[in-house]
Every structure is written in structure tokens, then in C-alpha cells.
Design a binder for this molecule. Sequence first.
Ligand code: PRP
Ligand code: URA
Length: 206
Amino acid sequence: MPLHVLDHPLASHLITHLRDKSTKPATFRTLAHQLSMLLAIEATGDLEIEDKPIETPLERTTGQVLVRQPLVIVPILRAGLGMVQPFTDLFPDVSVGYIGLERDHQTARARSYYCKLPPLPGRHVFIVDPMLATGGSAVQALDVVKSHGATDTRLICIVSAPEGVAEVEKHHPGTVIHTAALDRGLDDRKYILPGLGDFGDRLYGT
Ligand code: PRP
Ligand code: URA
């Protein structure tokens, strides 16, 4: 299973404060940003590089630079918006697409309400959504980007449930998932346990 769980003391520190129900929205946004930065670095660890000869103030040497390669980040609205800026800070040429999905509070099934995507064929596509619970939203988002021609897709989450990971693997086998935490499971309302509650509500103070 191509599941990568962040293994870094700073990630553990940040996620513990993110989970804490006494954490206020302003701090929550900062923590989400910092965790997303770690995830963005981890998830782009296999980008191609090429040699580049340069001169330091002391001598000639050969370094490596990133090959120009089109990256696309696709946040699932609305909570995914809290994970975008680290990608745009690290990769200023990244294109950003948007998929709007909202879970029905009774059924936990996601309803699509918005989609705006740049060209996807031949690009590395990173879908970002902080919570992978039942996996319904992630599977729908993967369906959408693939129907728009994406062939290289990765999913970046902050907290994942085993049920969501299994659902993604069932419908989109081989999809690489990067997550900061793999939690125990879901409660009867399909919230992640121990989780952190409703990410979007905590991010935006709603
Ligand atoms: C949350 C979260 C994911 C989804 C995960 O969004 O950001 O998109 O739930 O649940 P799933 O794996 O069971 O589909 P929500 O629908 O609450 O919308 P929001 O981002 O607007 O708060
Ligand atoms: N969406 C959230 O924001 N939190 C959960 O625990 C599950 C879905």
C-alpha cells in the first residue's frame, strides 16, 4: 500500500496541538500551514532534478536544480484551502485547481458543488484535503481529476482513517497517499477518532 505517514518529531508536536480542542482558529491555521509545509516537502521528494554548473565565490562546481515540471495542486474545498499556501510558497509556478465537495451531515456522502481545473494531462497532480475519513470525497476528487486527463495523482492529507485509505485503494489502486497521521477509525457519524473534529469549522471558526 503506497501510504506514507510523516515520521518527524515536529509533525507529532504540531498535530498534537492541532487536535487539542482548546486550540483557537488563528493557531489552528498556523499549525495546519506548518504541517502542510512538511507534507509538501515529503510529497515532492521524488521530483526530478538535473545538473547545473555554477560558480561559487571560490570555485566552479556542479549543483542540481529541479527540472521544470508542471505541478498542479487541487484543494478540495473548503478545508483543503488551508493546505495550499505551503505549495505555492515552495513551488511558485504551481497551478491551482479547485474541487468543491461537501459531506451531507446525515449520510456523510459528499456532494459536488464546484469544479475549476487547469490542464492536467502530463502534470504531477496533488490533491490536498486535510481529512480522509470515509474516503468518499477523495475518491470523487480522484474520479474528477482522472476524467480531466490526470495520470500522475497523489493525495495529501493531515489526518487519515484506515477506512478512507482502504476506500481510496479500492477505487484507485496504487494511489500514493501522504498523511501526517493515521488514526484509529471512524465514529458512528463518520468522524475520525481521535481526530480533531470538523477541520473546516475549526479552520474558519464556523
Ligand atoms: C471534510 C474534509 C473532507 C471530507 C472527508 O469536508 O475536509 O473533504 O470531510 O470526509 P470523507 O472522507 O468521509 O469524504 P466537509 O465535507 O466537512 O466540507 P468542508 O471542507 O466544507 O468543511
Ligand atoms: N471531516 C472532518 O472535518 N473531520 C472528520 O473527522 C471527518 C470528516
